[in-house]
Design a binder for this molecule. Structure first.
Ligand SMILES: Cc1ncc(COP(=O)(O)O)c(C=O)c1O
Length: 372
């Protein structure tokens, strides 16, 4: 039986166990506890923000952000069609409507040249989603937000440590979010964080994360509806240990991406990730590729699976989501670059636990399977 290479394996090689034991030995296992505050402070300062609000996952962070910004019926939010569903859901749940833009076929991020034409009197915010390892081209977006007085929401779920023109991703939005799912550069198992420099927004997020318990009023009397989207002290303990090693994790991911690039450079019929642009180096959250045809993608994924090599398909576009079409959203809209990426794209094993030997093995199989 050939070896198995899963699509992701996390790396938990630092103080995770020690800090977790501390939670168990002291009994601080809920969302109360020192690791929460330490992790919020350390992570927000790492991404150059004043405040961090730790939550149960990145999708929860987006829900809270959309509510905290008071999005609602009649509002429009411009965002990419090519993304995970969470940003669109967070907007739709408030009653606001996502207005979609296509992707740049090289960077796989939203095509910023399409945004201005979509701005209307109802536009309240631009929701940027950095995809797979390269950041969105932020300067034109910052200009538009200023020109039209729009809020900027930044989904940096995949972008720990990434920079745009030397400035940390997550530091651009009026409010920004991260995910700490185990395939991220740092993980808490499940988890997320909202970061901002705006104290009032931070306080609203804290309120909404905690069932909207009024910190000043009588306990169990509520003026509004929130969620229980709290992170536990145990998750924060893992997060803090991971953060201590983030530089190593970023270097390791970079090495994984660079080795794949080298080994796959002669691969025909597939577009590999762009290693760098004028504003950023790829951090290879995942090592992704787009086949010339859907058939080629299917054949490769199937062949790799027969070799017990894990892959994941690309995100599926928002304007082609059955759930949104059933709601009457995005009917007859077309975004050709995103549609091609969604159908023809997938990613290879990219986790921090990969060995050089794993990458050599996977690359060799990819090269062999490309001639099928
Ligand atoms: C861009 C983006 N936004 C949001 C999320 C949601 O994060 P979570 O899985 O922690 O809910 C993800 C998850 O990978 C993501 O990639």
């Amino acid at each position: 039986m050939s070896r198995m290479v899963p699509v992701n394996t996390p790396l938990l090689a630092g103080n995770e166990k020690k800090y977790l034991l501390e939670c168990i030995e002291t009994g601080w296992i809920s969302s109360e506890g020192e690791f929460i505050k330490k992790f919020e402070q350390a992570f927000s300062s790492y991404v150059d923000r004043k405040y961090g609000v730790a939550v149960s996952n990145g999708s929860a962070a987006l829900d809270i952000v959309a509510q905290a910004l008071k999005l609602g019926k009649g509002d429009e939010v411009i965002m990419p069609t090519f993304t995970i569903i969470s940003p669109a859901v967070s907007v739709i749940r408030t009653g606001a409507v996502p207005v979609l833009v296509d992707s740049d076929p090289d960077t796989w991020n939203m095509d910023v040249s399409q945004i201005e034409a979509k701005i209307t009197a109802r536009t309240k915010a631009i929701l940027v989603v950095h995809i797979y390892g390269l950041p969105v081209d932020m300067d034109p977006i910052l200009d538009l937000c200023k020109k039209y007085n729009l809020k900027l929401i930044e989904d940096a779920a995949e972008m720990h440590g990434q920079t745009y023109k030397g400035k940390k991703c997550g530091s651009f939005g009026d409010i920004s979010i991260f995910s700490f799912y185990p395939n991220k550069h740092i993980t808490t198992g499940e988890g997320g964080m909202i970061v901002t420099n705006d104290e009032q927004l931070k306080e609203r997020c804290e309120l909404l994360r905690n069932l909207a318990f009024d910190p000043k009023g009588r306990r169990f009397v509520h003026e509004e509806i929130g969620w229980n989207y709290r992170m536990t002290n145990m998750q924060a303990a893992i997060g803090l240990a991971q953060l201590e090693n983030i530089t190593d994790h970023i270097e390791k991911k970079h090495a994984i991406g660079s080795l794949y690039n080298e080994r796959l450079k002669n691969l025909k019929g597939f577009k590999l990730p762009v290693a760098s642009t004028s504003y950023a180096e790829n951090i290879y959250w995942v090592y992704a590729m787009v086949a010339d045809t859907e058939e080629k993608c299917r054949t490769m994924v199937k062949a790799l699976s027969e070799h017990r090599i894990g892959t994941r398909p690309f995100f599926w576009c928002m304007h082609e989501q059955p759930v949104f079409l059933k709601m009457g959203l995005f009917r007859d809209q077309k975004f050709p670059h995103s549609e091609k990426m969604a159908r023809n794209g997938f990613y290879l094993p990219s986790g921090l636990g990969l060995t050089t030997d794993d990458i050599e093995y996977v690359s060799e199989r990819v090269m062999n399977c490309s001639t099928l």
